[in-house]
Write a protein that binds this ligand. Structure first.
Ligand SMILES: Nc1ncnc2c1ncn2[C@@H]1O[C@H](COP(=O)(O)OP(=O)(O)OP(=O)(O)O)[C@@H](O)[C@H]1O
Ligand SMILES: [Mg+2]
Length: 325
């Protein structure tokens, strides 16, 4: 099943619903409260999307925190998270609704067996809410006790343009028409986050409805803060070295640079190996946590890894000397 409803946030007993932040600083604090370290540009666009009630369209490299922001938002606002994972061939039946044909057939058989002859009533019965299977986009239009849910439409670039056009319709008026049932309209539109890895361009018409933000790799300071928040067990020196190493790696000519997700995986792996600092052999042996293409690994392991570790360590030493002076 490619679509799923994630209700961990609001359904937790005792979970409080927080208010939409009133400023950019409050937005930063809200995210930081759930260990998400955003830069001011992202916090600004998120704040505006929340205040103006516009969908937020996030594009960027893999593993830089696009999906995570919707999860964090649901958790910290105490809202339900409804996730639509996009894929090639995604259609209305998987994204919006479908009729439960098996149950409808069963109802028809039972009606026939009991001598039911009123066809109109039977038709009315089997095309009622009871036989409707609601998929994420329809779920997101329904009222929720914890307030408008967060609707995450993840990796939109994997779907085709026909689905995009359909989505445009839903995002225009937050309603869906089911011919047999009528129109379902959201009283409170969901908070919509759309992500894309830009494997293809998303149509302008859809982008126009959204606020747009490109999520890039974090700079050194922000990545240090992310590792401190998400991998707090890593010793300080190791954290500084590994983050500086990853930052340098992103400057190399690689097929696929490591994202934040890989940095965090590497931090956990190195802690698991009881490392307190980097050394060239350790880096070469664990490169598979950071790089997922053999050509990239071959390029870095050995001499290049040693050169980068030396650079990182001498830069950190000179910073320490400068700070102490
Ligand atoms: N700014 C951040 N603050 C805290 N954690 C972050 C941040 N950015 C990324 N992460 C961490 O990186 C992991 C990967 O992030 P996420 O899955 O959101 O990436 P993504 O951009 O959606 O990647 P993909 O395009 O591959 O789906 C998250 O689980 C989270 O722990
Ligand atoms: Mg993602």
């Amino acid at each position: 099943m490619q679509t799923k409803r994630e209700s961990e946030a609001a359904s937790e007993p005792g979970q409080k619903t927080a208010h939409i932040p009133a400023s950019i600083d409050e937005t930063l604090d809200l995210l930081a409260g759930a260990d998400y370290v955003a830069d001011r540009a992202l916090a600004t666009v998120l704040f505006l999307a929340l205040r103006l009630g516009r969908p937020l369209f996030l594009e960027g490299e893999a593993g830089v925190g696009k999906t995570e922001i919707a999860k964090v938002l649901a958790k910290s606002l105490g809202r339900q998270l409804i996730r639509l994972q996009c894929y090639e061939g995604l259609d209305v039946a998987a994204a919006v609704y479908e009729w439960n044909y098996a149950a409808q057939m069963m109802a028809i058989r039972l009606a026939e067996a009991s001598g039911e002859t009123d066809r109109e009533r039977l038709e009315h019965d089997i095309f009622s809410q009871r036989y409707l299977i609601e998929r994420p986009l329809l779920q997101a239009l329904e009222p929720s006790p914890s307030g408008a849910p967060i609707l995450l439409i993840d990796e939109l670039d994997r779907t085709d343009e026909a689905f995009e056009a359909f989505l445009l319709e839903i995002l225009s008026d937050y309603q869906v028409t089911i011919p047999e049932l009528g129109t379902i309209h959201a009283d409170k539109p969901p908070i919509v986050i759309i992500t894309s890895n830009r494997t293809r361009e998303i149509h302008d018409a859809l982008k126009r409805r959204c606020l747009y933000h490109w999520v890039g790799y974090p700079d050194l300071q922000r990545e240090l803060a992310i590792v401190a928040a998400r991998a707090p067990n890593a010793p300080k020196r190791l954290t500084q070295e590994l983050v500086a190493f990853v930052q340098k790696l992103r400057g190399q000519d690689l097929f696929k640079s490591p994202g934040v997700a890989e940095t965090l995986d590497w931090a956990s792996a190195l802690v698991e190996l009881d490392a307190v600092a980097l050394d060239p052999a350790l880096v070469s042996d664990t490169l598979g946590v950071l790089l997922k293409y053999q050509d990239d690994i071959a390029k870095i392991e050995g001499a290049k890894a040693k050169q980068l570790v030396d650079e990182v360590q001498s830069e950190l030493r000179s910073h320490a000397v400068a700070a102490g002076a």
